[in-house]
Design a protein around this ligand. Structure first.
Ligand code: KIV
Ligand code: ZN
Length: 398
């Protein structure tokens, strides 16, 4: 693995599951874990062992069925959580305990009701305990982006001294910006020599409250993060987590810019998104990048004409790259003659220039009244003499 390899830490089964309508049974989590393994993720956060018996069972089941990715369980900085996580992970070939404790004064004062020194002591004790149980421990100072910078640095130092091997710096409430988040990673690396000396992996974890989760994650990669935490379809708390498919596609399509690679098998992105959509109660919105129903659909005449001339005019990647079977030229009121002719030819009708012109007028009039134009609508626009010219009977159209 080269130093510009970014590990993909998928938290669909933990942070993703923490969003309304997304809870999954053990069997569903297992199905999803298989899909994530096929996708090529490096780490699967399978759940939060202490949260429920169901989560414990799901983690344990996944560790016995999944071999390639490392399996992680989340744990609060508490003895009982960490011991429970270790028990859930006991059958894993490669296990990780992911310990988190808030670092912002807001969370310490109002949520945990503890002072900074106690937070540092708990960090040291919990990371040490986790390291005595597994050799791979991730520590997350929760709400890192709203924490006092000096205290955050101190907490990270303590976690590394106690044995953390990955330091994840979550933007828990989706507050940061790309420039600011990148600066935080650079500062942590520069001010804590142990990060480089001990080969500590820095990790990003972004939420999408301002719609910046993916941009922030990519900024962290540019600033040296070598793990990104993300979810399929960007599901997760509130507005969601950074979308795995967007990060993986950006690293590939803009390799010239980011200069970092991942092990994601891009052609599995769409199938994996579909598996998740079938398990939870919703699919991504149609305009969702990479995996939305319209991500490779073109309606306007100018775009359709360009697409037919050369798909590069309006597509920065082929649909097949991410596992989508084909580009979709949607016929609607913005479409032009070129797309209409193309679709009619696909349906087996070759029209003269004059016939196309007449059909096009009827098509635009229909499209003004109707949102979706189906193949049968198009055929209905054609005069009998054109329909009769078609070799395959209209009734056999699929
Ligand atoms: O958003 C967050 O801070 C988290 C941590 C538990 C890593 O999900
Ligand atoms: Zn989170």
């Amino acid at each position: 693995m080269t130093s510009n390899h970014v590990a993909i830490f998928d938290t669909t089964l933990r942070d993703g599951e923490q969003s309304p309508g997304c809870s999954m049974t053990t069997q569903e989590k297992l199905t999803m874990a298989h899909a994530l393994e096929d996708l090529g993720v490096d780490i699967i956060e399978a759940g939060f062992a202490m949260a429920s018996e169901g989560d414990f069972a799901a983690i344990s089941t996944i560790t016995q069925a999944i071999r390639k990715p490392r399996i992680a369980s989340l744990a609060r900085a508490k003895t009982e959580d960490i011991e429970m996580a270790a028990r859930a992970l006991q059958f894993a070939d490669r296990a990780r305990i992911h310990v988190f404790l808030a670092s912002s004064d807001l969370h310490l004062e109002y949520k945990l009701k503890i002072g900074r020194q106690e937070a540092l002591d708990r960090t040291a004790e919990s990371v040490r305990l986790a390291r005595s149980l597994v050799d791979d421990v991730e520590f997350s100072p929760e709400d890192a982006t709203r924490s006092d910078r000096e205290f955050l640095i101190e907490m990270v130092r303590v976690a590394i001294e106690a044995g953390a091997t990955t330091i994840n710096m979550p933007d828990t409430v989706g507050y940061t910006t790309p420039e600011e988040y990148g600066r935080m990673f650079r500062e942590v690396r520069e001010r804590i020599p142990a990060v480089n000396e001990k080969g500590i992996v820095l990790s990003s974890h972004c939420h999408d409250d301002l719609g910046l989760a993916v941009a922030n994650s990519l900024a962290a990669i540019q600033a040296g993060a070598r793990q990104v935490e993300c979810t399929i379809n960007g599901i997760g708390e509130r507005a969601g987590n950074a979308a795995l498919e967007e990060i993986a596609a950006a690293l590939y399509v803009r390799a010239d810019h980011y200069g970092a690679t991942s092990s994601i098998k891009l052609e599995q992105l769409y199938p994996t998104s579909q598996v998740l959509g079938q398990i939870i109660t919703f699919t991504p919105s149609p305009n969702k990048a990479i995996v939305g129903a319209n991500a490779f659909a073109h309606e306007s005449g100018i775009h359709q004409h360009g697409m037919l001339a050369n798909p590069l005019c309006y597509e920065i990647m082929t649909p097949s790259l991410v596992g989508v079977s084909r580009t979709h030229l949607v016929l609607g009121k913005h479409s032009g003659r070129a797309a209409l002719r193309h679709r009619l030819e696909q349906l087996g009708f070759t029209l003269t220039r004059e016939e196309l012109q007449q059909t096009y007028y009827r098509f635009v009039a229909l499209a003004d009244r109707k949102k979706n134009i189906y193949d049968q609508d198009l055929i209905g626009l054609l005069p009998d003499k054109i329909r009769e010219r078609r070799a395959v009977p209209v009734s056999e159209l699929d």
